[in-house]
Design a protein around this ligand. Structure first.
Ligand code: ADP
Ligand code: ASP
Ligand code: MG
Length: 446
């Protein structure tokens, strides 16, 4: 069997859904499982409605609910030329009724817990899959019966063993040639049946988890670009498609901000040895990227990615000069405070680290201040160059730094896996830094 995952822009309206239906039909011989995201920007709309309800603005929350309802009803009407089947009509009414109840509850309490947010956010995928499954006359499976997670609402951690067992019961018997099985990305449930989500962009992750659980031959991620490109095309329009990527390169790119793949997507596929391809829904015959274990690209730099904003902490201690145990003490504090670190660069008496901008640093800094001084620089960006021969190509670092010209580099870190060179610059320099470094990548001087 194969898994086909379609992102939000691929199912944004009736015309898009027709295109997806034709791709799913073309995949019939391979017993496809179709994993869908919410339509267009629906998830954002659900978050906004929930926030309005939390602020006590029920009128605004209801207005947003009605907008979403009109949008989905129009798509269904367009798909079925006005003759929406009763079963779908009832399903949509139920789902929007559920949304209204949830929003009223949140507004009444003025409390939006991550658990309530997940219940609300799950509606995007539950709606899109209902409409699509009705259109292709496929089997609709509630992902919550299969995608078991822990109870970390908003960023739930999947449980692959349980998912495998549940997929064998609830998905496998439905799969077969000449039919389409449809389920939701992003959405899961705890053992107690509470709705969870895998975090924004999590549908890719769902697709890989389903693929691994079912022993898929391939996981296809269908989106709005011709595969993974050498850089985000919104920032560097001349970015080029990459025909093949190693698992390690893809994982590194995703982790450092290439939005085209959710960072956790690669993991289940790696473990199961399943190739992942990234394809353009509107150009199915066009170029695409294959990500697999076999690939040895051997390129000095394959692609660039960036993540911002991040915060740089520089922790210094003259008292600890040349003493052992400084790093142990330092990281013990990060571990205790649950703050995860992305990049690290060390000097004799100081260490620079980057952390997510949203992380609350107050107690961390208090703890560190017992034995060190801490300088905090917010509004920074990590720019990562990823490539298999990055470390073994002489002069590459010099070329990248030279290309940056007058853009100041505040921190440099070579990933321990040798395929990632990361630089920290001020956030406002992100786009220009990417454009300049991209010229080195495609400039033919490597
Ligand atoms: P979907 O809704 O299909 O999941 P996303 O918006 O999550 O799509 O991801 C696709 C987008 O990722 C592209 O439109 C592109 O702007 C962005 N992107 C960022 N980095 C890259 C890259 N290196 N290659 C391709 N696309 C990238
Ligand atoms: N719909 C979810 C989101 O917008 C998940 C996804 O599209 O991958 O984040
Ligand atoms: Mg995505």
């Amino acid at each position: 069997m194969i898994v086909l995952k379609f992102g939000g822009s691929s199912v944004a309206d009736a015309a898009c859904m027709r295109q997806v239906a034709s791709l799913a039909e073309a995949a019939h011989p391979k017993a496809p499982l179709v994993v869908l995201s919410a339509m267009g920007k629906t998830t954002n709309g659900l978050f906004e409605a929930a926030k309005a309800a939390e602020a006590g603005d029920l009128a605004e929350a209801m207005a947003r609910q009605r907008t979403l309802m009109a949008f989905h009803r129009k798509a269904a009407d367009d798909l079925f030329d006005g003759a929406v089947p009763d079963a779908l009509d009832i399903a949509l009414t139920d789902l929007f009724g559920e949304l209204e109840l949830l929003l009223r509850g949140v507004a009444l309490l003025r409390e939006l817990s991550p658990r309530s947010m997940d219940a609300i956010a799950s509606l995007g995928e539950r709606l899109s899959t209902r409409i699509f499954a009705a259109y292709v006359k496929g089997a609709w499976v509630d992902a919550r019966t299969v995608l078991r997670t822990d109870a970390l609402f908003g960023e739930a951690v999947p449980q692959p063993e349980a998912i495998r067992t549940l997929a064998a019961v609830h998905l496998k018997p439905l799969l077969g040639p000449d039919r389409v099985v449809v389920t939701q990305g992003y959405v899961g449930a705890t053992e107690d049946g509470l709705t969870t989500t895998l975090g924004r962009g999590g549908s890719d992750y769902s697709a890989a988890l389903f693929g691994a659980a079912l022993g898929a031959e391939e996981v296809q991620i269908w989106t709005d670009v011709e595969g993974v490109l050498t850089c985000d095309p919104r920032v560097v329009p001349e970015a080029l498609p990459i025909p093949d990527l190693s698992f390690a390169e893809a994982a590194e790119l995703a982790a450092f901000g290439a939005k085209v793949l959710h960072p956790a997507t690669i993991q289940p596929a790696v473990e199961a040895g399943i190739p992942v391809t990234v394809r353009h829904t509107q150009k199915p015959g066009g170029r695409f990227t294959t990500i697999s274990a076999e690939v040895r690209t051997g390129r000095p730099i394959t692609a660039l990615a960036s993540r911002n904003p991040v915060t740089v902490l520089t922790v210094s201690s003259t008292r600890m000069l040349a003493q052992s145990g400084f790093l142990a003490r330092l990281f013990e504090v990060f571990g205790r405070r649950g703050v995860s670190v992305d990049l690290v660069a060390t000097a004799e008496v100081s260490v620079s680290l980057t952390v997510e901008a949203e992380v609350s640093l107050k107690s961390l800094i208090q703890d560190l201040s017992v034995f060190a001084t801490v300088e905090v620089n917010e509004g920074r960006a990590i720019i990562a160059a990823v490539g298999e021969r990055l470390k073994s190509t002489p002069g590459l670092g010099a070329q990248l730094l030279t290309a940056l010209g007058d853009i100041n580099v505040e921190m440099i870190s070579m990933g321990a896996n040798e395929i990632n060179l990361s630089l920290v610059v001020k956030q406002e320099h992100t786009a220009e830094a990417l454009r300049r470094m991209h010229r080195v990548l495609v400039g033919g001087t490597l």
